[in-house]
Design a protein around this ligand. Structure first.
Ligand code: UD1
Length: 430
């Protein structure tokens, strides 16, 4: 088991390059199987969830060529197997995108029910309802979602709840259905738009992505394309929070500042300086921060995937803040870990009430999920003394070279796997 060991107390200063959006890439790589021609996709983050998905796509017969760490060529004409199931794919949430992609293309898909981060019950009923509305039969048997259709026919779908995954999945299947599909109450996240742009670049006819009504006219054939994935809004936001928590000064490069507005707005409100450039955002945190209220909401609201990182920052702000989690019911599991670092946080139902303290103190903590894991690393970087974050497997699902990017900003951090290495690090930095 690997861990991050961190010596806190250094303001993080410098520049960091943000990679491609993990959640966009997971959907786009799945959608890439929908043509029989060769597709080239660039700016793919080299993280564990992506590699698991690429292996699964290869296992069902597609040609997957890693041109370099961030570029893949794929050809889906060799797919002969519509059954996607292995011990790894069961653990990633986004395996569900292969249902929409395979069902759209072959009218048949058998995919292991998704796992993913343990942040609460994560049903996929809306995805399945959408496929059924398009004319598919959907069953769950032996841990697999089994979907098939004679024909998929365009229809009108109203999503009871705003869901990123359901919006994208239905959009993929409908791209190859007969006639017109309208998705109402659609998610508006940047990666919904990115997937629609990608499908359109393959010849799909999708309009309105980024608004809450998406109109899709199905096409018979999708063709080759070359496409570059948008920057990762959450990776960028995480580094912005690292600047805020450590009283640092970070230029976060290769981002789309518009995608970061809800995060920038909160940082400004609590007393950080945030400067926007064409494709960069600089965050400077020069004084003690102020308390605020944050509620997670679908885009353009404050992202749930930034909630733990924001709470870590507010844990150090003057006064009492509240963080309300309105998307997932079990996303405060990191609070007990943060409490071990001195935080004063009380959780009442879906609200965390945070009394800001002056400083965290280093401790041994567990990463309970991907984003909370990153948040605990940030807490460690702000803390006095040594912090060891266990279970960094979660963090590696979504952050590429996390420790190297942080070290480039002056962080004292190492990836270790033994007690001896922890002791060696401690001696080196003390
Ligand atoms: C995606 C992201 C995840 C992010 C989340 C919200 C990926 C791989 N993951 O997850 O990082 O935190 O969006 O921005 O892109 N729901 C249902 N039924 C469904 C689907 C969802 O009730 O069929 C509920 C969920 O339980 C949740 C809410 O809808 O309460 C939003 O979930 P959704 O947007 O679908 O999240 P994911 O696509 O799973």
């Amino acid at each position: 088991m690997e861990q991050y060991v961190v010596k806190g107390g250094n303001p993080l200063v410098g520049e960091v390059e943000i990679g491609g959006a993990k959640n966009a890439a997971l959907a786009i790589l799945s959608a890439a199987v929908m043509t029989d021609e060769t597709v080239t996709i660039e700016n793919i983050p080299n993280v564990r969830d992506i590699n698991v998905l690429l292996n699964a796509i290869q296992e069902i017969g597609a040609m997957v060529e890693r041109v370099d760490a961030h570029t893949v060529k794929m050809n889906g004409s060799f797919i002969r197997d519509f059954n996607v199931d292995n011990e790894y794919i069961r653990k990633i949430r986004a395996s569900y995108y292969l249902i929409g992609a395979l069902l759209g293309k072959y009218k048949k898909a058998e995919v292991a029910l998704p796992g993913g981060c343990n942040i609460g019950s994560r049903p996929i009923n809306l995805h399945l309802k959408g496929f059924q509305a398009l004319g598919a039969t959907v069953d769950i048997r032996h841990g697999l979602v089994i979907a098939s259709a004679e024909r998929l026919v365009g229809t009108h779908i109203y999503l009871d709840k705003i869901s990123v995954g359901a919006t994208i999945n239905i959009m993929m299947a409908a791209a190859k259905a007969e006639g017109k599909t309208i998705i109402e109450n659609a998610a508006k996240e940047p990666h919904v738009v990115d997937v629609a742009n990608f499908l359109n670049s393959m010849g799909a006819n999708i309009r309105g992505a980024g608004t809450d009504v998406i109109r899709i006219v199905g096409v018979e054939r999708l063709h080759k394309t070359e496409y570059s994935i948008i920057p990762d809004q959450i990776e960028a936001g995480t580094f912005m929070m690292a600047a805020a928590a450590t009283k640092g000064d970070i230029m976060v490069k290769n981002v789309i500042p518009k995608h970061l507005e809800s995060i920038s707005a909160k940082l400004l409100e609590i007393g950080c300086e945030v400067e926007e450039f064409d494709d960069a955002v600089r965050v400077v945190s020069a004084r003690r921060l102020r308390h605020t209220q944050v509620t997670t909401l679908p885009y353009p609201g404050f992202p749930t995937d930034m909630q733990p990182q924001m709470a870590v920052v507010l844990g150090l702000a003057r006064g009492t803040s509240t963080v309300t989690e309105s998307i997932f019911e079990n996303r405060f599991k990191y609070v007990d870990e943060l409490t071990r670092m001195g935080a004063s946080i009380k959780v009442e139902s879906n609200i965390a009430i945070i009394d800001g303290i002056k400083n965290y103190t280093g401790a041994r903590v567990n990463a309970p999920d991907l984003r909370a894991g990153a948040a605990l690393v940030i807490a460690g970087l702000a803390a006095e003394g040594i912090t060891v974050v266990d279970d960094i497997y979660y963090i590696e699902r979504g952050y590429e070279e996390f420790e190297h990017k942080l070290a480039g900003l002056g962080a004292l951090i190492e990836k270790v796997s033994t007690e001896k290495e922890i002791q060696k690090f401690t001696l080196k930095v003390s």
